[in-house]
Structure formats: C-alpha cells, structure tokens
Ligand binder design. Structure first.
Ligand code: ADP
Ligand code: TYD
Length: 215
C-alpha cells in the first residue's frame, strides 16, 4: 500500500478492555524507533492536559450516555488539534490507544446511543480545514471474547467505570467493533488476540510490514 498522506502515519489500537492493546503499542513504538521513526505514543480519552482531565471524569464520574459521548468527543477534539495533527504534520508516527471506533463500539453499541448522532459528532470533530474527514491510516483491532479479556484483567487491575460492566456489555462492544470493521475493511485489521503474546505480536509486525509502516 502506498503512503496515504504526506507526513506521518496515524495508527490506532482498538478492542475491548483486556484485549492486549496497551501491551502491543509500546512494542510497535520500539520497533518503529529502531527503524529511525519518531513516534508519538498516546491514548484516548486523554493525550493532552485537558483531555486527561476529561478522562478522569469519564472513567470515574457517573453520567448519562449523551454526556459521555459529548465528553469523549470534546477530549478527542483537543487531542486531535493539539497533539495528533501537529505530530502527523511533522512526519511522526502516531500510535493511539483507542480512537473514534471505541466511541461507536462503547457508547453506540455498548450503551445503545444513537449511531447517527455519533456520525455527526465524528464529522464535526475530525473534519479538517479543507473539509476532509480524517480517519486513522490503519486500525489494529485486537479481538478476544469478553470472558478471556475479563480473566486477564481480573489478575491485574481494579476495574474503572467501563471495566466494571457485565460480560453482555462487552459482547455488544465487540459486535460494535465487528460492525465498524466490516464497514471499513481496508482500514481496520482484525487480529485474533486470544493466541499467545508472541503470535499476536508476530501478526502485528506482519500487518505493519504489509502496509509499509515497518520496513
Ligand atoms: N495474548 C495474550 N495472552 C495472554 N495474556 C495477555 C495477552 N495479551 C495481553 N495479555 C495480558 O492481559 C492483560 C491486559 O492486557 P492489556 O494490554 O493491558 O489490555 P488492554 O490495553 O487491551 O486493556 C495484561 O496483563 C497483559 O499482560
Ligand atoms: C476512547 C474511548 C474509550 N472508552 C472507554 C473504554 C475504556 O474502558 C476506557 C478507558 O480506555 P483505556 O485507556 O483503554 O483503559 P485502560 O487504560 O484501563 O485499558 O474508556 C469509551 O467508552 N469510548 C471511547 O471513545
């Protein structure tokens, strides 16, 4: 695949909580840095001082689904304008732990929030000065059944407001990711993340090589 735009690559990591995103993101950053690329490792919600403050509220403060969706996009707007776009313009590779696919999966499919409203918010937040809707160049979707993810998480951390949701919620979120992937098969690559770590990593490397992200 030829490089989709001048400047850097924008690569997002998606999947339900416990899928392995945060494990593989720094590994890919290291592999890219070893090849001389400048990498911005970031996450959503978060990635700027304002968006990190919104993250604290989103992860711990009870709120209704509309408020949740609006705050996710408010955090994203700040992150996009102040961190992601400048890094891409400088030719960096941006590796982002979650982006808008997560909003469709969690707020849309998980909470049942109106997908049409999310489409509108996505357009508002990600349309650039030339009127183009910006999307990641590549999205790695780490797919695992919720029961596997829950087992992994139980061993390592105290659940936040999202992680405390029941398995049925994560089944809907997973279905949301599947729907996004079938609507954008060129951009979103499904990775079977139930396999042992070295095999999952080998696939991440091979997808990145095939796309020209890694040499
Ligand atoms: N393929 C895998 N096999 C077994 N354990 C894994 C695998 N991928 C991740 N883990 C473990 O599962 C836990 C959650 O992984 P993490 O990368 O934090 O998930 P996420 O960022 O998607 O929520 C961590 O303890 C991690 O070491
Ligand atoms: C970006 C985003 C995250 N989320 C949720 C999913 C996660 O449970 C939570 C925080 O994401 P994440 O950083 O993946 O959590 P952790 O560091 O605990 O792995 O926010 C949404 O519901 N919608 C969104 O648009």
């Amino acid at each position: 695949m030829t490089h989709p735009r001048p400047g850097g690559w924008f690569i997002t990591f998606e999947g339900i909580d416990g899928a392995g995103k945060s494990t593989h993101l720094p590994a890919l950053a290291q592999a890219l840095q070893a090849q001389g690329r400048v990498v911005l490792q970031t996450r959503e919600p978060g990635g700027t001082p304002l968006a990190e403050r919104l993250r604290e509220l989103l992860l711990h403060e009870p709120m209704d689904p509309l408020c949740e969706a609006l705050l996710m996009f408010a955090a994203r707007r700040d992150h996009w304008q102040r961190a992601i776009e400048p890094a891409l313009a400088a030719g960096q590779v941006v590796l982002c732990d979650r982006f808008t696919d997560a909003t469709f999966a969690y707020q849309g499919h998980g909470r049942g929030f109106d997908l049409g409203v999310l489409d509108t918010l996505e357009r508002w937040v990600q349309t650039d000065a030339q009127g183009r809707l910006r999307q990641p160049d590549l999205t790695l979707w780490f797919d695992v059944p919720p029961a596997v993810a829950a087992q992994r998480l139980a061993a390592v951390r105290t659940p936040d407001r999202f992680e405390a949701e029941p398995l049925a919620f994560f089944e809907r979120v997973r279905a949301g990711y599947a729907a996004r992937a079938s609507a954008a098969p060129e951009r979103i690559v499904r990775i079977d993340a139930t396999r042992p770590l070295p095999q999952v990593w080998a696939e991440v490397e091979s997808v990145c090589r095939a796309r020209g992200v890694l040499a």
